[in-house]
Structures are given as C-alpha cells and as structure tokens.
Design a protein around this ligand. Structure first.
Ligand code: CP
Length: 317
C-alpha cells in the first residue's frame, strides 16, 4: 500500500460511480477504516455539528442504518426518509425540490433510487456532496468499497485471488459495481457464474476486457468451486425484472449449501451484500466460509471513513 497523502482524496467529492475512484483512493479508505477499527475512540466527536441527509426511494436495511450508525459514532446527526410516503412527494412535490430541501438542511446527502442515474442527477442539483446509496441496476459504490475492504481484511490483498461472482449478474447493482471496482486490482481470474438469462451486460464485460481482467462466463458453480478463494453471491433481483415470467424461469436456479461447499477450498470465503434469500442455505451461516455478516459490520467502519474523508479535508489518518 502506498504512503498516503494527508489531504483526503474524497474531500467534498460526490460518490456516484465506482469507476470515478482509483486504487489509491480506495486504499486511502482502507487505511482510514483500519485506523478507526484499531482506535474507535479517537474518531468519536470528529463530526459534531454535521448532518447527513438521506433520501431513500427503495427499501434498505444495511445502507441506511450503517450510514446512520457511522454518522452517530462520529458525533454527527442524520435526517431523512426511508420511503417517500409521509413526505411532500405524496402531494406531488418533484424529486428536484425534495433533494434541494435535503441539500439545504444537511452537509452530505445519501440517495437511493430505483432509476439509473438518479444519484448523478442529485449531484448536479445539490451543492453539498452526494453519495449514491444504490441507484438502478449498475451502481452501489459504497457497497463496493465495503466488499473490497472485506476481501483485503481477510486475505491481506485483492490481487492474485480467484474470485467467483454468482447469481443475478444482469440486474444486481452490487455485482456490477463490484466487477467494475475490481478493475483497480489484479485478480488472478474471475468466474462470472449465472444462468444464461442473468449474464452480465456487454458493457460490463467490455469494461473488464479494457482493464485486461481475465474472466470466464459459466453457468455451473460446481465446475470451478475448488479453484475459488472468494465466492461473491447475490440474490435474484425479482423487483428489477420487467417481466415476471422471465423471473420465474430463473427463480431458485442456484443455492449454496454444505453439499456444494464440500468441494471448496478450506479457505474459501463467501461474500454477499445481503439481503439473502434462498440462494444461501442458513446452514452456511455458522460455517468458516461465511463472511457476509462481518462484511456488513465493516460497512459501518468503511462508511465512517468515507464520511470523515468527504467532510474533513485532512481526515485524521
Ligand atoms: N447491501 C445493501 O445495499 O443492503 P440494503 O439494501 O439493506 O441497504
């Protein structure tokens, strides 16, 4: 890891697209998150008087609550809404005016929305930094920071690992964002594992190719599971299918369970952005393979690091 500058590369920056961030930006966050985990007391009170505004137009457990927890642990406050009902959107207020109000009342804004490009639009109309809390099908950059951090914490590196990404690679923004984020590193090989209907879009594959990332599209996990260091699993995103009959064709297409894992390396780690449904059997939760609950815990520390780096020019390293 390079020697870090004292000035934050995130200071007052919008966090919209994972492709806007370099390896050294990501490593800066890793280092700050490490410091926070080592010495949490040192960071209490660093954001006293600061306000995080959040506008969630889609359900969330982890993203919203971990941002709130992060802000609270730093001494700041959060305001916002977890769903549009109860706001003046119900009276017909526009997205623009709603976001402008959060901009007026907060120092940094997190937006989640079902439509691709909403966070970019928010950043255009807001003066304060906007963080994409997941929009549309392709971007969830703060989840990707957490995913990469989890791998780095477990393996001490991201380079040279063989990584399988399993599931709905067409509609899941977490995996699309993760794949693009991985291009900052040099994984040995990626296996993109999904039913044919759920294969990644061409532009994602082109993006990987442009960065000379070695990948293979397959539909059967058992062919490659003995090779994997990391298996990143994502649920089928039923809510994003334009046609429910298409969803019915792939429903239940894969499940990780002890039998599937019997062929895996002892050191395999399973990541999942959560929520998980039936694609991971609950029997896996208490095994050495499951890293997803720790991944979610890291979410608070990575988001603390991000908020500090956006709001303080010389984030305390
Ligand atoms: N990983 C994630 O984005 O979870 P939530 O939808 O619960 O925020």
């Amino acid at each position: 890891m390079r020697v870090l500058d004292l000035l934050s590369p995130f200071y007052r920056r919008d966090v919209i697209n994972i492709t806007d961030f370099s390896r050294s930006d990501i490593e800066y966050l890793f280092q700050l998150a490490d410091r926070i985990i080592e010495n949490p007391q040192m960071y209490h009170g660093k954001l006293v008087g600061r306000i995080l505004g959040y506008a969630f137009f889609e359900p969330s457990t982890r993203t919203r609550l971990s941002f709130e927890a992060a802000m609270k642990r730093l001494g700041g406050h959060s305001i916002g809404f977890a769903e549009p009902s109860g706001t003046s959107i119900e009276k017909g207020e526009s997205l623009k005016d709603t976001l402008k109000m959060l901009d007026a009342y907060s120092d940094v804004i997190v937006v989640r929305h079902p439509a691709d490009g909403t966070a970019k639009y928010a950043a255009k109309i807001c003066e304060n930094p906007v963080i994409n809390g997941g929009d549309g099908k392709f971007q969830h950059p703060t989840q990707t920071f957490i995913d990469l951090y989890t791998i780095y914490k477990e393996f001490g590196k991201i380079d040279d690992l063989t990584i399988g990404v399993l599931g709905d690679l067409k509609y899941a923004r977490t995996t699309n964002s993760f794949l693009m984020g991985l291009t900052n590193f040099k994984p040995r090989k990626l296996y993109l594992i999904s039913p044919e209907l759920l294969r990644p879009r061409e532009f994602i594959l082109d993006y990987l190719s442009n960065f000379k990332i070695k990948f293979e599209l397959i539909d059967n996990l058992s062919e490659v599971i003995p090779e994997l260091d990391v298996l990143y699993v994502v649920r089928i995103q039923k809510e994003r299918f334009p046609d429910v009959s298409e969803y019915n064709k792939v429903k239940g297409a894969y499940q990780i369970n002890p039998k599937v894992l019997s062929e895996a390396k002892e050191s395999l780690k399973i990541l999942h952005p959560l929520p998980k449904l039936d694609e991971v059997s609950p029997e896996v939760d208490n095994t050495k393979y499951a890293l997803y609950y720790r991944q979610a815990q890291y979410g608070v520390f990575v988001r603390m690091a991000l908020l500090l780096s956006i709001l303080l020019e010389d984030a305390p390293l």
